[in-house]
Design a protein around this ligand. Sequence first.
Ligand SMILES: Nc1nc2c(ncn2[C@@H]2O[C@H](COP(=O)(O)OP(=O)(O)OP(=O)(O)O)[C@@H](O)[C@H]2O)c(=O)[nH]1
Ligand SMILES: [Mg+2]
Length: 366
Amino acid sequence: MNESTKVVLVTYPDSFRLDEGKSLVESSGTTIIDSYQIVKIFTQKYLNHSEYGLGAGKAEEIKEFVKQSKVGKIIVDEHLTSKQIHNLEKLTEVPVIDRERLILDIFYSRATTTEAKLQIQLAEIKYEMPRVRENAKLTSGSTERAGKGGMGEYTVDVKFRDLKRQMSFIKEKLQDARRKRNLYLQQRLKTGMPVVSLLGYTSSGKTTLFNLLTHEQKEISSSLFTTLSTTTRSLKINDTGLVVLLTDTVGFISRLPTYMIEAFKSTLEESLAADLIFLLIDCSEKIEDIRIKYTSCWNILDELNVDKSKVFVILSKSDNNVPQERINEIANDLQILNPMIISSKTGYGIRKLKTMIANNIVKVTS
Ligand SMILES: Nc1nc2c(ncn2[C@@H]2O[C@H](COP(=O)(O)OP(=O)(O)OP(=O)(O)O)[C@@H](O)[C@H]2O)c(=O)[nH]1
Ligand SMILES: [Mg+2]
């Protein structure tokens, strides 16, 4: 049985980051041994103060609360340096988890394929490496070189070398997995079957659409990062006789450091090599949130050098109380001409979506 750990969440006051921070914490507790129960949320306009990330006054306030309410962990929804984590842990006497650690923990608890597990291990090492020397410095109390003048220095070097060795080992294994995947992809491409991929922010409805189109039963949920690996199935397009391969994959999230995007590149590779990319946007959300998610998705696509001409925006979840005026407002705001509007729940727009695939695949392949 899962045990719940009482945690406090420290995040920003704006509703987007506050809600996403809460969802991340809730998602992290659904499958790992100890689930989190948020007992209080502290907000801060800035989380880049040098000593603790948060301001010193807020840190003291949290320290008191943690003591009185027997809180087991503090989760800060921002990237923190080792020094900031160390200072906050020392002050509050409970473990501190930052945004990257939290995302890594979710990935870790959810990963089912060997490749996904390796990618997470690689991301973890990349998270760990810059912290090794820093941590040693902090725990030895020295402000100079790590573990100066004794055992410390030696231990740190050994640990560092060990992480480096692990990193090249994992990279090699990932290369192998990648080669196999590429071979598989090449074989598929040789069959001439066009590939259509579903990409988008986490929880935008990719897997629900994938299941509807391919009659699959892949896991869907309102938690973040439900899908962590790539699945491909064939899809018959109406009566055209056209068969395409449809891929579903891991979702995006904002404020993801480059090394994490890098770590997941090979999972995304198949999706990125597609003839058509459907970028799903949940249109039932607030326009401000849609804007942030849309921009984040494009930032990641840009970072991955995706050819923009093959990306089509799909507004998903239209059944969720989205009148036509809202659709117009979103299309205007995001400057999308004739967006496709669908609902995987009611089936609205699905026929049109298939026709659109047929039309564009013909264009791409002719
Ligand atoms: N109302 C409504 N809800 C939907 C629709 N499509 C998906 N959902 C819900 O949205 C949530 C997320 O759906 P998923 O299909 O798991 O989303 P995803 O994009 O695959 O998410 P990740 O795998 O976490 O990246 C689930 O609770 C779904 O039931 C839709 O058309 N209408
Ligand atoms: Mg999914």
